[in-house]
Design a protein around this ligand. Structure first.
Ligand code: DGY
Length: 322
């Protein structure tokens, strides 16, 4: 008999069809918003779930769903999983690393450029009919080429951004990470390791690519922003909660930071009104990995993890040992 799985959000029909070859699938192609209790109710009797980074898997849900054996996240970030609780309950967690690295690094760079060169702000100006004549200082921003690119969190995506900056734009790349990279990887990225304070103080453009955990909550708050140059820009493509959005909005409003590009927010999809009110912030709705081929690759990898765990007892990209 096929095991039952739940696909918590709408997904590519082809991926659903692949899953249906191996599992009895309950899907959510209407993309309804299910709360924790609804997910828990739908998980009764289910062996696995495919989640998309918004669905929280914690001790309470695991206790209510004793048949659950695997949670396959269609995301590289997995702060929606309580990994310790999952390991304790013998539930396998998987994510989707690698397949999104280059696409996400592309987007990080796009957001950096849009932020530094004031692209969204100038387009709003043009579309609202305010462009009456050319001016010498119209939407003059900050340069990218030759500037100092500071990266906080130097995993695969951080390294992709470093390579783009160093090789494509002649930027001086500095980084800070929990662990320093080996010399060969540093050389490949042309990146120099520095302490966090030096990183913040030297940055012309700061890009945040670190994973979210209680340890990285508000890694960038008022004190950290105060160390940065008033001409600097900040880009967050990691997770909401890494930046204190209120402190950031206040620094941007006061001119203590030139501009920010944000793809992720505390409490998303709600965005803090102070950020929405600012002209010098580029806002995107958590789309850094959203190219069609990459989202398809992520969905297929999440599906492959479920299939491989069922057919071979071993997932492709496990996060814990069970
Ligand atoms: C990821 O893969 O973690 C992206 O942020 C999508 O959630």
């Amino acid at each position: 008999m096929k095991p039952q799985i739940l696909v918590a959000r709408e997904i590519f029909p082809d991926v659903l069809a692949r899953l249906a070859q191996h599992f009895e699938v309950e899907s959510n192609q209407l993309d309804e918003s299910w709360n924790a209790a609804q997910i828990s109710a739908r998980l009764q009797g289910k062996w696995g779930i495919l989640t998309m980074a918004g669905e929280r898997i914690d001790a309470g849900l695991l206790a209510a769903c004793p048949g659950l054996k695997i949670c396959a996240n269609m995301a590289v970030g997995y702060n929606n999983f309580d990994l310790a609780a999952m390991s304790a309950a013998g539930v396998l967690a998987t994510n989707t690393p690698d397949v999104l690295t280059e696409t996400t690094a592309d987007f990080g760079f796009a957001l950096l450029m849009a932020t530094a060169r004031r692209i969204s702000e100038s387009e709003r100006f043009l579309r609202s009919g305010q462009w009456k004549k050319w001016r010498y200082d119209m939407f003059a921003g900050t340069d990218i080429h030759g500037s100092t690119l500071a990266i906080l969190g130097m995993g695969r995506i951080g390294q992709g951004i470093a390579r783009r900056g160093a090789l494509g734009f002649g930027m001086k790349v500095i980084y800070h990470n929990r662990t320093r990279l080996d010399a060969a990887t540093e050389a490949q990225c042309q990146a120099r390791y520095v302490g966090k304070e030096e990183l913040l103080a030297s940055a012309d453009h700061l890009v945040l690519v670190l994973p979210y955990s209680p340890a990285s909550h508000h890694a960038i708050g008022g004190a950290e922003l105060a160390l940065m140059k008033p001409t600097a820009t900040l880009v967050n493509i990691a997770r909401g909660g890494i930046v204190d959005d209120v402190a950031l909005a206040s620094a941007l409003a006061a001119g203590r930071l030139a501009a920010a590009g944000l793809d992720v927010f505390e409490g998303e999809p709600v965005v803090h009104p102070d950020l929405l009110a600012l002209r010098n912030v580029v806002l995107t709705p958590h789309i850094a990995s959203a190219s069609v081929p990459t989202r398809l690759a992520m969905a297929n990898l999440a599906a492959d993890n479920l299939i491989a765990f069922w057919t071979q007892g071993k997932a492709l990209t496990p996060l814990n040992a069970t």
